[in-house]
Design a protein around this ligand. Structure first.
Ligand SMILES: Cc1cc2nc3c(=O)[nH]c(=O)nc-3n(C[C@H](O)[C@H](O)[C@H](O)COP(=O)(O)OP(=O)(O)OC[C@H]3O[C@@H](n4cnc5c(N)ncnc54)[C@H](O)[C@@H]3O)c2cc1C
Length: 465
């Protein structure tokens, strides 16, 4: 890499000089995202993944010039939006430039006939949802980080939301997008309902974690928000019976917008009731009244056949009202020696219970609390989300504890042939396992990378690239 002062001078000649940031405290702040390990390191003043310069663009038009300079001078460029990543995705492992896109003015337009919204990639998700709800529409995409992430970030991380069992993940919701490649070309992936003209090229950029191009605009599906909704919670006799309900309803083709099944350890925490001793199932249905009556009747029957008992709607209503709250993790991380981590994986139905049991067995010695839930359901299998919390002697020991939890969880998943990430992505947390996870398919990613980013400038060191 050339002298950083030269790079800064060149950057200031191609974008607004005030967009080029080099103050030490700014570079320190940009060395971190929302990954618990990174949060702990920030508290200790450890800035291992520090950029040399931040370019806070105010127009996507500036990006191609930054890419051209970076390609010619072999400078890494790491795209960053709101840094809500919990796996270190926007951290610049090789320094260089951070391209912060969060200040690009955001615009949107709704097409009510086609039921789509087209939005600038820097749009804050929560703000876009608020604007749509004023028009009685919804994105249907509701990640817990809705208010602290961008629509471009969702596409780039293969995000999924709490209502995925009805609306799908971002791979189902993205209709089209515009991307600037590292080589400077702008590519439009048209917003049409379907196209059979070779592979679906939108998928190349979904989940690419900023390694294959810069997403500048997205067209997403929208749905009616003004339809009746009903919620209900059930105690379930054991983990197997709850998972059987999730599987069975999926096979029958139901689409409740909310399905969350907690093991008894997390159920106690969710209900705030230490005496609650069984797993807990939340369901929510939305649609025309005749449809939700029918879906609710079928779900209640499936649940009753497996020994479930209704405990009313109040627990789900409370959860709906607090569903963006992440404070139990944040508060624990703020304590000296306190640690907390969330690890989400996925597996087929025939492997999910053994995976759950082995993960619990392996992780329980490493944390005081090990909670698990299943909240994204498919006919073939489900996600498994594990929350770990504990205390170590001090913050360096807490960092070591987080690292051990990751390596333990990833090893168990690899042994089971499970997917290492359901939606938080690779980032730094999983980069060492990317090749093992993708197996023979990793070569496709390598070849795509070589073709689309020949100078290798975009987010190097991620996804095993
Ligand atoms: C409390 C909390 C809850 C969360 N809940 C969920 C959840 O329910 N579901 C879920 O899927 N995730 C969840 N996440 C993870 C995170 O919010 C998502 O990964 C989110 O999509 C990241 O968006 P962002 O705009 O903050 O992107 P960043 O974190 O800034 O970047 C993430 C990655 O995307 C790339 N990127 C960002 N913008 C662009 C762009 N325009 N073009 C190309 N690459 C880009 C970056 O280079 C980086 O690799 C949660 C995080 C937190 C902190």
């Amino acid at each position: 890499m050339p002298e950083i002062s030269e790079v800064v001078a060149e950057l200031r000649s191609i974008v607004s000089p005030s967009a080029v940031l080099t103050d030490d405290d700014i570079l320190d702040a940009y060395s971190h995202d929302t990954w618990p390990l990174s949060t702990k390191q920030a508290g200790l003043g450890i800035h291992e993944t520090r950029p040399d310069v931040v370019v806070r663009i105010e127009s996507f038009d500036d990006a191609a010039a930054v890419f051209a300079l970076a390609s010619t001078r072999s400078i890494p460029v790491t795209i960053r939006a709101l840094a809500s990543s919990v796996t270190g995705q926007p951290l610049p492992v090789q320094g260089g430039i951070i391209l912060d896109v969060s200040a690009v003015p955001a615009q949107y337009s709704v097409n009510r006939t086609n039921m789509t919204v087209t939005a600038t990639a820097s749009f804050n998700g929560g703000e876009l949802e608020r604007l749509l709800e004023e028009e009685r529409l919804t994105l249907g995409h509701s990640p817990q980080s809705l208010h602290r992430s961008t629509v471009g970030g969702w596409v780039s991380t293969l995000a999924t939301g709490q209502f995925s069992s009805k609306y799908g993940g971002i791979e189902d919701l993205l209709v089209g997008c515009t991307v600037i490649l590292a080589t400077g070309e702008t590519v439009e992936l048209k917003a049409n309902p379907r196209a059979a003209m070779g592979p679906d090229l939108r998928q190349v950029f979904i989940g690419a974690e900023g390694t294959l191009g810069l997403v500048t605009s997205v067209t997403l599906k929208v749905f009616r928000h003004d339809l009746p909704t009903e919620l209900e919670a059930f105690s379930m006799p054991d983990v197997q019976s709850g998972l059987d309900v999730l599987r069975e309803q999926s096979i029958l083709g139901l689409s409740p917008f909310l399905l969350r099944f907690y093991d008894n350890f997390e159920a106690r925490h969710v209900l705030g009731d230490e005496e609650f001793s069984t797993p807990l199932l939340f369901i929510g249905v939305r649609g025309p009244q005749e449809m939700i009556d029918a879906e609710l009747a079928i779900l209640r029957r499936l649940i009753a056949e497996r020994g479930g008992e209704s405990i009313g709607s109040a627990p789900v209503e409370r959860w709906m009202a607090n569903r963006f709250d992440f404070s139990s993790v944040e508060n624990r991380l703020a304590e000296n020696g306190g640690f907390a981590e969330t690890i989400e994986v996925a597996h087929n139905w025939d492997g999910i219970v053994p995976l759950y049991e082995d993960l619990r067995r392996a992780l329980s010695p490493l944390a005081e609390d090990v909670y698990s839930h299943w909240s994204h359901v498919y006919p073939q299998g489900t996600s498994l989300y594990v929350i770990l919390k504990g205390h170590a002697e001090d913050d360096p020991a807490a960092i070591a504890a987080i690292q051990t939890m990751w390596s333990t969880a990833m090893d168990v998943c690899l042994e089971h042939g499970a997917e290492l990430s359901h939606h938080h992505g690779g980032g730094l947390a999983r980069s060492p396992y990317s090749r093992a996870s993708l197996g023979s398919a990793h070569i496709v990613l390598q070849k795509l990378k070589a073709a689309l980013d020949p100078a290798g400038i975009l987010n190097p060191g991620k996804l095993g690239l």
